[in-house]
Design a protein around this ligand. Structure first.
Ligand SMILES: [Zn+2]
Length: 349
């Protein structure tokens, strides 16, 4: 294995920024994260806050938010999301997250799998079994997390198909025919968008498009660095800023729905199965409870007709379901406080 990092990628000026991420080459070839002591795969999502900020200050009528929005929790990049700190492992992370969910009687949560992490990694294999034994589900997130903007529809479809044998083996009789697009990229041209969507439909997949995303995984790398440096004050700031950012973008996502769809819709929230999530999940669920959120299953949420509708647009850099409509229909974004991206990137360096 060799070490490499890809520079942040920008689209259309500062519109969308993809994280540094560290998979290169053909299927199954990885580079390793050199910044943390424990080298592991980083499968991040690009941020979309730059775009939102560009559109700040556009006047819009405020409609009150609903009191009890529905939300299905989903976790991406199983079984190896983000870096590990020394001594940590995937089994501990999976165990702690599922214990927290079960303590709140939350079951059937979908975790989206990149099976490339499974062969030869007993820790990752066991972590995925723990997830399933706890009553959770798994879906397809492609074999090795390619960005659809970067590859052809045909190559992308091969990546989805390649994920299937291991998914089927682990899921057994459970329904694993749910798909989450890596980086939330659904195709930068209409043609590509429709080609992959058609393939998914022909292969009996349902698409788990999130409506809510606060880039939770942006906190994992700084957290891993601060643990290595034993910087308690920095970790406190990470915890606090994570919750602030979550609360902010849970609101923003719902306001985006009002603009995109004329109403709030039952939600799908994107989270990642990282070490930092184990630390923050109890408080995050508490904040969501305070905001009136009711946890529901993905299949229940996606009974809403909005999920059967095709955004039918090529959107460079992708985004959540409301983002797809706002971008392609040139609708305004709500005001928002930006994610503290610079501080996250520089903290504990
Ligand atoms: Zn992902």
């Amino acid at each position: 294995m060799e070490l490499d990092t890809l520079p942040d990628r920008f689209h259309g000026g500062q519109k969308h920024m993809r994280h540094r991420w560290l998979a290169i080459g053909a299927l199954g070839t990885f580079t390793l994260l050199s910044a943390t002591a424990h080298a592991t795969i980083r499968l991040g999502h690009r941020t979309i806050f730059g775009h939102r900020n560009m559109q700040r200050g556009v006047a819009r009528k405020k409609t009150p938010l609903s009191k009890h929005p529905l939300v299905a929790l989903t976790f991406d990049d199983l079984p190896a999301a983000g870096g590990l700190t020394p001594g940590d492992n995937r089994v501990r992370i999976a165990r702690q997250i599922t214990q927290e969910l079960r303590a709140r009687h939350i079951r059937g949560v979908y975790g989206f799998v990149n099976a490339v992490s499974l062969p030869g990694d007993k820790d990752a294999q066991q972590a995925l079994r723990i997830w399933l034994h706890a009553g959770m589900n798994i879906g397809n997130h492609t074999w090795s997390h390619p960005a659809l903007d970067d590859v052809s529809a045909e190559d992308y479809e091969r990546e989805i198909a390649l994920d299937e044998p291991l998914l089927a083996a682990y899921a057994g009789r459970r329904d694993w025919h749910w798909f989450r697009y890596p980086y939330l990229e659904e195709g930068d041209t209409l043609q590509k968008h429709e080609a992959v969507r058609g393939w998914l439909q022909a292969h009996r997949y349902r698409i788990a498009e999130p409506t809510l995303n606060f880039n939770d995984d942006d906190w994992q790398d700084p957290y891993a660095r601060c643990v290595v440096k034993n910087d308690a004050a920095a970790i406190d700031w990470l915890k606090q800023s994570y919750i602030q950012n979550a609360a902010e973008y849970l609101r923003v996502g719902r306001e985006e729905e009002q603009t995109a769809f004329g109403r709030e819709v039952p939600n799908v929230l994107l989270l990642h199965e990282t070490a930092f999530t184990t630390l923050m999940l109890p408080e995050l669920l508490q904040v969501m409870h305070q905001q009136g959120f009711k946890i529901a299953k993905l299949s229940r949420v996606e009974r809403d007709k909005i999920y059967a509708r095709d955004p039918a647009a090529g959107v460079k850099g992708g985004g959540t379901l409301p983002n797809m409509y706002l971008d392609s229909r040139h609708l305004p974004y709500p005001n928002s406080t930006p994610e503290p991206e610079d501080k996250l990137n520089s903290l504990c360096q």
